[in-house]
Every structure is written in structure tokens, then in C-alpha cells.
Design a protein around this ligand. Structure first.
Ligand SMILES: Cc1cc2nc3c(=O)[nH]c(=O)nc-3n(C[C@H](O)[C@H](O)[C@H](O)COP(=O)(O)OP(=O)(O)OC[C@H]3O[C@@H](n4cnc5c(N)ncnc54)[C@H](O)[C@@H]3O)c2cc1C
Length: 411
């Protein structure tokens, strides 16, 4: 239509997943437009999102491939060991990265640092345009082109639209893709804790009756480096409002009860957040001239710290098929190109959704026979070197069919 603005790719949602895809493909020569209902500068505020993300070894290569690592390396804490315990049970699973090689399992990076690195990369890229904050009115998908209608009447047109607009994705609905899932009766409480003793870059996961309680080493503030951890505390949904309403002193006492004293005296750093937890999955990742990535495609329990990792795996595969089509002068929105993406992501995503759901159901309870069975299971895994190495490679993300970026190759 006259007045339409044309581009090579439209990405709805400039969160961690959408922004990484946009940076990668603009660096590969495509003109990319990101549309977001929020101002990307809001996400740089320390009070925006208190989470830190565990980025697996294989997934961090996607961030490297997007040229983000020079900005991220100084703020990334390598995960050297993982200790998993079932409540106060003495039986626990201990992974040490040295059993596999030199590389750490992955890195803990505060989300605000990821957003900052992505923001700077987007600003530096001439072929990338950010339209935000703006309201999207709808999408028109046809065999010839995909169009995005913005509130106010402007239309953007491209061969392909990618929906990276998170769990409540409107683009998924506009594309007519059904979504199934459920809420867990749990919330994830997130905060940063300062501790007297150094964490030694060890990640801890304690399975408590209300759900996993994860103590994840972050680099922390320059004056307290190595002495701060990010907490992801899964709690029953009905108890969360009362816990969130406690004053700092009482809240810290509740944290200390679950945390234990192995890292010495504890202090609360900054505010706390809580996130309702659920699982959902779209019935397909694609529609005509349309593809879903990240939380718009799948949302999972943070029990294994895999949501963003799966989103970045989507990005690595989608960027690869689009880049290959673009490089050959083919249509990146063609059904064959998108079908390739869908086929390559289906198994990996389904497996991870099933695994996180099963782990949460198995461990978030205090039923005696189940507790005994899982404790024996943890002890058995710890004593079987072959099985243990398999789980360690899983934690590093070095499993399944890896796209070029995740093998350390250029896009
Ligand atoms: C407590 C907790 C801890 C976690 N820890 C980890 C971890 O350690 N490791 C890990 O891998 N994952 C972790 N995750 C999961 C991870 O945070 C998410 O999977 C990831 O942030 C999803 O990113 P996204 O870009 O797909 O979606 P989002 O971050 O939701 O971004 C969506 C973007 O779309 C925009 N948007 C939404 N609607 C519209 C619209 N209608 N129009 C335009 N724009 C729109 C939003 O403004 C936003 O910018 C955790 C999750 C939780 C809750």
C-alpha cells in the first residue's frame, strides 16, 4: 500500500531474545525493525528486573556471535561447580566442571547487564531500527508479504515477522496459533543476597517442599565481588504476598532459614521481585510469513534456568535459516525456510518443557516415598560417572543438534 515502510525483517518484542535475533541478523546484512510497546531504556534501570540468568556454555556462544561478549565478560560469573541437595538430606549431587574440561558450565549474568549490552549493540547497528514505545494494532499475513499495523495508522511490511513478545504474546494470537499450558501453584521470589564468605563460583540448588531454592553466584558490586548471589526462591503462591510484605529484617530471617549458614552472615541487597510460574507452549512455531521465538513460543519453570537458554537456541537456529536464505537471494519468509526452523526446534523445546515440568513435580513436595526415591536417584547419578557426565554436558547445553553459532562458528 502507498506509504508502507518496507524492511527485510520485523521483530515484535525487543526483550533479551528478540533483541539478540535483531542484532545478529542486522549484522548479517538484513534491514531489521524491532517494535516494542515499552521503551528499551526502561529495561536498563536497575529496578526494572532483578533477575540474573544462568547462561549455559553452549548458549553463551550465541551472545559471542552477536559481538556482545566484550561487554559481558567483565560482568559474567563463571559457574565452576553445581551442588544439588534435597532439603536437608545429606545426599547430594556434585558437579565439578573440571571433570569434563577447562570450560565452566556457563555464566551467571544479571539481566540488566544483558539489556545494556544489547541496547548498545542495537544503537551501533545502522541497519537496525527500534520503534518504541508503540502499540501494535495487528498483523496481516499473506502469501505475498507480512504487514504490521501500528496504532496511529503506520504500516511496516517485510517478507517475515518474528513474534518475540513474551508469554502473553499478542502476535501469537494474531497469527492464529493456539497455546496450551498451566500455572504452577508457585511464585519465583528473586533477590540479591550479600554473604560474608565468598561463593567460590558454586551454584546451589536446594529442593525444599515448596519448590527449588537456588543460590546462584553473581559477580556482584565491585567492592563485594564474589560475595553476592542471586536467589531464586520458589514458594507456594498463597504464601508469597505475605512474604513480600515483610520488612527487610523479617524477610532476611525467612531467607536465612532456607539459605543456611554455610556462607556466613547474610544481607539483602536492593529490592525483591516475584514472578508467577507456569508452563505454556504454542502448538506450532510458525504460520504464514511468521515465526515465534523465546517465551512467546514456550515458557517453563525456572527450576533448571533454561527459559532464556531455549530462547537463544531458537534465535541461533532461526538466524541461521534466515541468513542462509538471504545469502542465496531466497525468500526468508518462505514456508520451506520456516518449516526447517520449526522442525529443528520442536524436539529440543518439547524435551526441555517436559523435563522442567517433571523435575518440579518430583521435587516440590515432601511425600516420604518420593523423597526417598529421588534421594536415591541423586546419589546414584553422583556415583555413575557416565550418567553424571551426560547430565554435566546437558547443564552446559552441549547436547542435541547445535546450530553454527552454538558450535562457535560464524552465523
Ligand atoms: C524467576 C525466573 C528466573 C529465571 N532464570 C533464568 C535463568 O537463570 N536462565 C534462563 O535461561 N532463563 C531464566 N528465566 C527465563 C527467562 O527470564 C525468560 O525465558 C526470558 O527472559 C524470555 O525472554 P523473551 O525476550 O522471550 O521475553 P520477554 O523478556 O518477556 O520480552 C518480551 C518483549 O516483548 C515486548 N512486548 C510484549 N507485548 C508486546 C506487544 N503487544 N507489542 C510490542 N511489544 C511487546 C515486551 O515489552 C518485552 O520487551 C527465568 C525466569 C524467571 C521467572
Amino acid at each position: 500500500m502507498p506509504g508502507d515502510e518496507e524492511t527485510d525483517l520485523i521483530v515484535i518484542g525487543g526483550g533479551l531474545v528478540g533483541a539478540t535475533l535483531a542484532v545478529l541478523l542486522s549484522q548479517a546484512g538484513l534491514r531489521v525493525t524491532i517494535v516494542d510497546c515499552q521503551d528499551p531504556l526502561d529495561g536498563l534501570d536497575a529496578g526494572f528486573d532483578g533477575r540474573a540468568s544462568a547462561i549455559a556454555q553452549a548458549t553463551h556462544r550465541v551472545l559471542r556471535g552477536a559481538g556482545l561478549w566484550p561487554a559481558l565478560a567483565p560482568v559474567a560469573a563463571p559457574i565452576q561447580e553445581i551442588r544439588v541437595a534435597d532439603g536437608r538430606s545429606p545426599l547430594f549431587l556434585h558437579y565439578d566442571h573440571r571433570d569434563l574440561g577447562e570450560a565452566p558450565f556457563g555464566f551467571m549474568i544479571e539481566n540488566r547487564h544483558l539489556r545494556r549490552a544489547l541496547h548498545d549493540a542495537m544503537v551501533a547497528e545502522d541497519r537496525l531500527t527500534v520503534v518504541a514505545p508503540v502499540e501494535v494494532a495487528g498483523m496481516d499475513l499473506s502469501w505475498r508479504a507480512a504487514a504490521l499495523r501500528l496504532a496511529g495508522g503506520a504500516r511496516l511490511v517485510a517478507p517475515l515477522i518474528v513474534g518475540a513478545d513474551g508469554r502473553g504474546s499478542r502476535s501469537r494470537q494474531w497469527a492464529g496459533i493456539r497455546n496450551t499450558g498451566w500455572q504452577y501453584d508457585q511464585h519465583g521470589i528473586v533477590c540479591t543476597i550479600d554473604h560474608a564468605e565468598p561463593h567460590g563460583f558454586v551454584a546451589h540448588e536446594h529442593f525444599l517442599p515448596s519448590g527449588p531454592f537456588a543460590i546462584l553466584p553473581i559477580l556482584g558490586s565491585p567492592e563485594r565481588q564474589g560475595h553476592q548471589s542471586s536467589l531464586v526462591w520458589t514458594e507456594r503462591a498463597e504464601l508469597t504476598p505475605a512474604l513480600m510484605a515483610l520488612d527487610d529484617h523479617a524477610f532476611l530471617a525467612e531467607v536465612a532459614l532456607r539459605f543456611g549458614d554455610f556462607l556466613g552472615d547474610l544481607a539483602l541487597v536492593g529490592p525483591r521481585w516475584h514472578y508467577p510460574l507456569g508452563l505454556h507452549v504454542a502448538e506450532t512455531a510458525i504460520a504464514q510469513r511468521f515465526a515465534l521465538v523465546g517465551d512467546a513460543l514456550h515458557g517453563m519453570h525456572p527450576i533448571a534456568g533454561q527459559g532464556l537458554n531455549m530462547g537463544l537456541r531458537d534465535v541461533a537456529v532461526l538466524a541461521e535459516v534466515i541468513r542462509d536464505a538471504h545469502g542465496l537471494g531466497l525468500d526468508p519468509g518462505a514456508a520451506t525456510v520456516l518449516g526447517d526452523y520449526e522442525a529443528r526446534r520442536r524436539f529440543d523445546n518439547s524435551l526441555m518443557l517436559a523435563m522442567t515440568d517433571a523435575l518440579n513435580r518430583l521435587f516440590s513436595n515432601d511425600i516420604a516415598p518420593l523423597r526417598l526415591a529421588r534421594d536415591l536417584g541423586l546419589a546414584a547419578v553422583d556415583r555413575l560417572p557416565g550418567v553424571k557426565k551426560f547430565f554435566m554436558r546437558h547443564a552446559m547445553g552441549e547436547v542435541g543438534e547445535l546450530p553454527r553459532l552454538m558450535r562457535g562458528l560464524p552465523l
